[in-house]
Design a protein around this ligand. Structure first.
Ligand code: ADP
Ligand code: MG
Length: 682
């Protein structure tokens, strides 16, 4: 018996050339081969009669050879072999190109099973290059469900199937990781059957069952992994903070904290005192005051002699945080420094030295702050703001910066619970479900083109009163879909013809990072009245003076995205508005947008969005910390995800620490998974 880790070169027919081809598909071992799953199937189980064959629809049929195949040499390199076959319903002419095998193997008067598609032309039906097997031979390429594999140059589907078969014949399938109770409850195939059936299903139904099992397995491993990570971190040691007194900090703030902020801070202080490193997500809608929660945590760390690092996804956000923290901390005698890529080498060096010596207590910067060579004297707390990008693997790697570093992740994106578990299942969660008092909700309206003049007048009114406006367009440049207002063109139109007297700025995703930051910073300083932008403004930037958000062709956006965009206004004391324009007439679309106008609850919107559009908006290109799933597709397999999460939570609870064969195999798989995720981060 061979082993899963044995190299594919041990298989018959795999020499240097095949091995290289397999390598292109990341297949090195028998395990890789067995886990190289088909991307689809062809159902060749049904036999049709010749009469029932449909043009261009491949099918299997049984027929007798009516004459001796005749090969004619058309020209150099082109031989045609023709033969006629028939069943009780009709006759069919077959044509083969350059296929010597045919004349040797199709015998006059014998029956075969063919698989192919007829093409119809004026002479009648014809079939080109069907595959076939003798009636009495075992079903290899006909009368079965054929797996269709992802391939690479030089490697045929048939060759791949042969190799997989060989591997399955000489080697055990990957071990069972799902306990029997789970398999029974969720009606899931056992591992050995699933791995066999995904490659060689008896029926399409069995192929589906095998796929479901493997998807379930993937989610199960991932969810269980997160839970185990959380549990194992809770077992780590961290010097409890003794001084958790916040009164001087609280007294210095120009406002009192909201109840939700106080509760989140209490959670954090309890973590600090616990003696285990904190792993906490603070989730709160835009404007709920997450920065103050972070500040309280950093204040407490400083009072216990530990440094904090606050990471923001962009330089402009980092600068914003730096300024607001500096204002609070300097009077309290806590030193704050900014470290970003655009500083001069000398500035950076000075800050790095001060961090290494411990002179700086709170460092604010971008991602690089924690991932690059920056040395801290005594890092105690890492805060990641607005980050999907700070993924599981990075969190698990954090301990490299210090065994006992506390982690606080802040997210403004309300994420439906199922997905949150997938992204943040290794974290404890505090939710800021309350906005600071006096914040008026942003009034939202849906209008059509007939309101254009009024929208323009409204923009002018806000500008004249000294406020600023955002106008968001769905695309950068005019594409084939002429309906979309491209930001660039629209900015020009507004500047040249509608508001020649106002200052119009432009921001879009095709600008360089530095240009984007400069444009945003300049707008935040009040250098322009109207900023025309694409969705790049979505992330966290604070321009309290902006009071109007116009979203063009709003039906093009996801609801969660609209919610994030709307959150860019209503951040100051002045009443703010959001106007959605749409030329869409679809009643459902309009209904959805109208519902959005009436609610400000980010979680409700997120759930709705998930139902409507799948999880793409939540993960999309912004995520990177998640491992990639091999079989599972987050857009389609949400039900399975939910089941796997329930099952894994239950299982961890009941058996997490046990040493059943399944538990041991599961822990192995989890180890592999996170190692792989880690690998993709570097
Ligand atoms: P977000 O959760 O979106 O990061 P911020 O932390 O940027 O929110 O806070 C938004 C605004 O609310 C900031 O101007 C901040 O100073 C203010 N703020 C935060 N907490 C309170 C509070 N308890 N009372 C009044 N204003 C607050
Ligand atoms: Mg924020």
């Amino acid at each position: 018996m061979a082993r899963l880790n044995d190299p594919v070169t041990m298989l018959k027919g795999v020499g240097a050339v095949k091995a290289k081809q397999l390598e292109n598909l990341n297949i090195f071992t028998l395990r890789d081969l067995i886990c190289h799953f088909p991307r689809g199937y062809e159902d060749r189980t049904q036999l049709k009669t010749i009469e029932k064959l449909e043009v261009d629809v491949p099918a299997c049929f049984r027929a007798m050879v009516m004459n001796t195949p005749r090969t004619s040499h058309i020209r150099k390199g082109l031989d045609l072999t023709r033969v006629q076959v028939a069943d009780h319903t009709g006759r069919l002419n077959l044509t083969f190109f350059n296929n010597k095998y045919v004349s040797e193997n199709l015998q006059y008067g014998k029956e075969y099973i063919f698989y192919g598609a007829v093409s119809g032309d004026f002479i009648g039906y014809n079939m080109t290059n069907p595959i076939f097997e003798a009636l009495d031979s075992p079903p290899v390429v006909t009368r079965r469900v054929m797996p269709i594999y992802p391939l690479t140059a030089g490697l045929t589907n048939a060759a791949m199937l042969k190799l997989v078969r060989q591997a399955l014949a000489i080697c055990d399938t990957p071990p069972e990781i799902l306990p029997e109770s789970v398999r029974t409850e969720y009606e899931i195939l056992p591992a050995d059957r699933a791995y066999q059936a995904i490659h060689e299903p008896q029926s399409m139904t069995e192929a589906e069952q095998a796929k479901k099992r493997l998807i379930f397995e993937e989610f199960f491993v991932f969810s269980a992994g997160l839970s185990l990570m959380r549990i194992s971190r809770a077992e780590k040691q961290s010097m409890p903070y003794e001084n958790t007194e916040l009164r001087p900090f609280l007294a210095s703030l120009p406002f009192t904290l909201t109840g939700a902020q106080s509760r989140a801070i209490d959670d954090i202080l309890a973590d600090f005192r616990s003696g285990a490193p904190m792993n906490r997500l603070v989730q709160g809608d835009v404007g709920s005051g997450k920065t103050m929660v972070a500040a309280a945590a950093a204040y407490c760390a400083a009072n216990n002699g530990r440094q904090s690092a606050l990471m923001a996804p962009t330089e402009i956000l980092a600068e914003q945080h730096y300024h607001s923290l500096k204002k609070i901390f300097e009077p309290l005698g806590i030193s704050v420094a900014l470290l970003t890529g655009s500083q001069t080498p000398k500035e950076k060096r000075t800050v790095r030295e001060a961090l290494a010596s411990g002179e700086i207590q709170v460092a604010v910067g971008t991602h690089a702050l924690i991932t690059d060579s920056t040395q801290f004297n005594n890092l105690g707390l890492v805060i990641a703001d607005e980050q999907h990008r700070f993924g599981v693997a990075q969190r698990s790697r954090l301990s490299a910066k210090g065994e006992d570093v506390h982690l606080l992740v802040m997210s403004a994106t309300p994420i439906p619970r199922t997905l949150a578990l997938l992204m943040y299942g290794d974290l404890e969660v505090s939710i800021l479900d309350e906005l600071p008092p006096g914040r008026e909700p942003v009034d939202t309206f849906l209008v059509n083109e007939s309101y254009r003049a009024r929208i323009n007048a409204f923009i002018r009114k806000h500008a004249t009163e000294g406020h600023q406006c955002f106008v968001v367009c769905p695309a950068v440049e005019e594409n084939e879909d002429l309906g979309i207002k491209a930001a660039t063109v629209w900015a020009q139109t507004l500047q040249n013809t509608v508001f020649p007297d106002l200052r119009i700025a432009l921001l879009h995703g095709q600008m360089k990072a530095a240009e984007k930051e400069a444009a945003m910073a300049s707008f935040a300083r009040g250098d322009a009245d109207v900023m025309v932008a694409t969705t790049v403004i979505e992330v966290g930037v604070d321009v309290p003076n902006a009071t109007l958000m116009v979203i063009e062709d709003a039906d093009r956006f996801g609801l969660s995205q609209l919610h994030q965009l709307r959150g860019r206004v209503g951040r100051g004391s002045a009443k703010s508005f959001c106007i959605l324009t749409s030329r869409n007439r679809n009643p459902e679309t309009l209904q959805r947008l109208k519902a959005f106008c009436k609610t400000t609850d980010g979680f409700k919107i997120a759930e709705e969005d998930l139902k409507l559009r799948g999880p793409g908006d939540f993960f999309g290109s912004r995520q990177s910390g998640l491992p990639t799933f091999k079989v599972a597709n987050l857009s389609y397999d949400l039900t399975t995800l939910k089941q796997a999460q329930e099952a894994s939570a239950q299982w961890i609870n009941d058996y997490g620490a046990s040493d059943t064969p399944e538990a041991i195999a599961l822990r192995d798989r989890i180890g592999d998974l996170f190692q792989r995720a880690e690998g993709t981060m570097n």
